[in-house]
Ligand binder design. Structure first.
Ligand SMILES: [Zn+2]
Ligand SMILES: [Zn+2]
Ligand SMILES: [Zn+2]
Length: 438
């Protein structure tokens, strides 16, 4: 037995020695090894490194049958040489080339890099808040280019393509290109809203079709509504219309519209506030007030401007958030956009309260500044058939010139004297923003 096992060992050693000799003998002819196409060779090398992570130059020469100089050249680009450690004397792939066999196009950043990095950037960057976007931009030149494209698109339309017209930021004051928040064209109900709205892509290269703002089955009772032919809605026979209540001269108006329960469709004329923002608007940075909403075209009196969209909150949640916002706002870290609407019911004895927070999730209206003289907007509570919750919508109280700031009165400032400073500039301004205890 011993002898039989010895024999092949001896033989093996002999043949190994022979091969070695042979290899040495053929060394002068090595120059005759023909160079492969560089790309092919790189792919062969990647396959070999998939098989085992560490290779000596000698073994790779045997495997690839390539001239030493040529192989060294390529390995310089793809590999690192282990000078010490358990794999001393071997080469292994640089980290950027490892474990990418499932991403063929990304294996070689020089060949497919420009495309792949931008594709990757397009997938990831629009999801990042500003600080993380800046961090990603510092990773490489390609990422920096992709990140500034995202920033430019964010500044060009903060509605993320969710409205019929883009709404840009315009900052002639400092280097802040945009304000970061999550966009919704219509109000959402907390906490379902918050759960689904922790993140949202913003600044994608691919435009998305605008979201339909209606129907809203989550807001109420889809069974109640009118059955008129679409062209008749809003007329005398339509139970959804309520002409007397429309655009009350003073204070808050009310308006009734068709809704989910109605037989008419979204193009019904009695749904003026349900198509999102269609007027040209722009958000402009000012020295004292910060961001503010401006008309970017002439707005006609009684024209619908926008809804105050955000999260519908319970009163308990509103109080919790207000305490937090007051703290952050007095430290200058936040511009809260929390609105409490009180509506006295016809009985006169009770009061309907609606809380909308547009601080984290909101639309264009979160940028509307307060004006002590009442501003140029008319707030209107809109009820649509089948909806339990009314929506706060803004109409132009008078003709508004192109470029003019759009404002409304948040409430009566006399209620509280320790509020934040008001910069509305109107003659009746007491210098303090209205804020009431909720
Ligand atoms: Zn209708
Ligand atoms: Zn109708
Ligand atoms: Zn109707």
């Amino acid at each position: 037995m011993g002898v039989r096992t010895l024999l092949p060992l001896v033989g093996g050693a002999q043949s190994g020695a022979k091969e070695k000799k042979k290899a040495t003998a053929t060394k002068p002819s090595e120059q005759k090894r023909t160079r492969r196409d560089r790309k092919d060779l790189e792919n062969i090398l990647f396959k070999l490194f998939e098989r085992q992570p560490n290779w000596s130059l000698k073994h790779l020469m045997q495997e690839t049958d390539q001239p030493e100089q040529f192989l060294k050249e390529i390995m310089n680009d793809l590999c690192v040489y282990n000078k010490r450690g358990p794999n001393q004397g071997t080469h292994e792939l640089k980290p950027e080339y490892k474990n990418t066999s499932h991403l063929d196009g990304m294996r070689d950043p020089r060949a497919a890099g420009a495309v792949s990095v931008s594709e990757l950037a397009e997938l990831v960057l629009p999801w990042l808040p500003p600080a993380d976007l800046a961090a990603a931009a510092s990773a490489s030149r390609a990422m920096r280019a992709a990140a500034s494209a995202v920033t430019a698109r964010r500044a060009a339309d903060f509605s993320r393509g969710l409205e019929a017209v883009p709404v840009p930021f315009d900052n002639p004051i400092d280097s802040n290109p945009y304000a970061y928040f999550l966009y919704t064209p219509f109000s959402l109900i907390h906490p379902a809203a918050s759960a689904s709205a922790h993140a949202q892509p913003w600044g994608c290269a691919q435009a998305r079709p605008p979201c339909p703002t209606w129907p809203r089955p989550d807001l109420g009772l889809p069974s109640a509504g009118c059955a008129c032919a679409e062209a008749d809605c809003g007329g005398a026979g339509c139970p959804c219309a309520d002409a007397e209540a429309e655009m009350a001269a003073a204070g808050m108006g009310t308006l009734r519209e068709c809704g989910d329960g109605c037989a008419c469709g979204p193009s019904c004329a009695n749904r003026r506030t349900q198509r999102g923002v269609t007027a040209r608007l722009r958000v402009v940075r000012q020295l004292k007030k910060g961001w503010g909403l401006h008309a970017a075209e002439v707005l006609r009196r009684a024209q619908f401007v926008c809804e105050y969209a955000g999260e519908f909150l319970t009163t308990e949640e509103t109080r919790r958030r207000q305490r937090l916002y007051d703290e952050l706002a007095s430290a200058g870290k936040l511009s809260p956009a929390l609105l409490v609407i009180r509506e006295h019911l016809p009985s006169g004895r009770s009061c309907m309260r609606v809380n909308i927070d547009a601080t984290k999730v909101g639309n264009v209206a979160r940028f509307i500044n307060h004006s002590c003289d009442g501003g140029n907007l008319q707030p209107v509570l809109v009820r649509s058939s089948g909806s339990l919750l009314p929506r706060l919508c803004f109409f132009a109280a008078r003709d508004i010139a192109e470029g003019e700031e759009i404002t409304f009165s948040y409430g009566d400032a006399r209620l509280k004297h320790k509020g934040l400073p008001c910069f509305c500039g109107s003659s009746c301004c007491p210098g303090v923003l209205p804020a009431e205890e909720t």
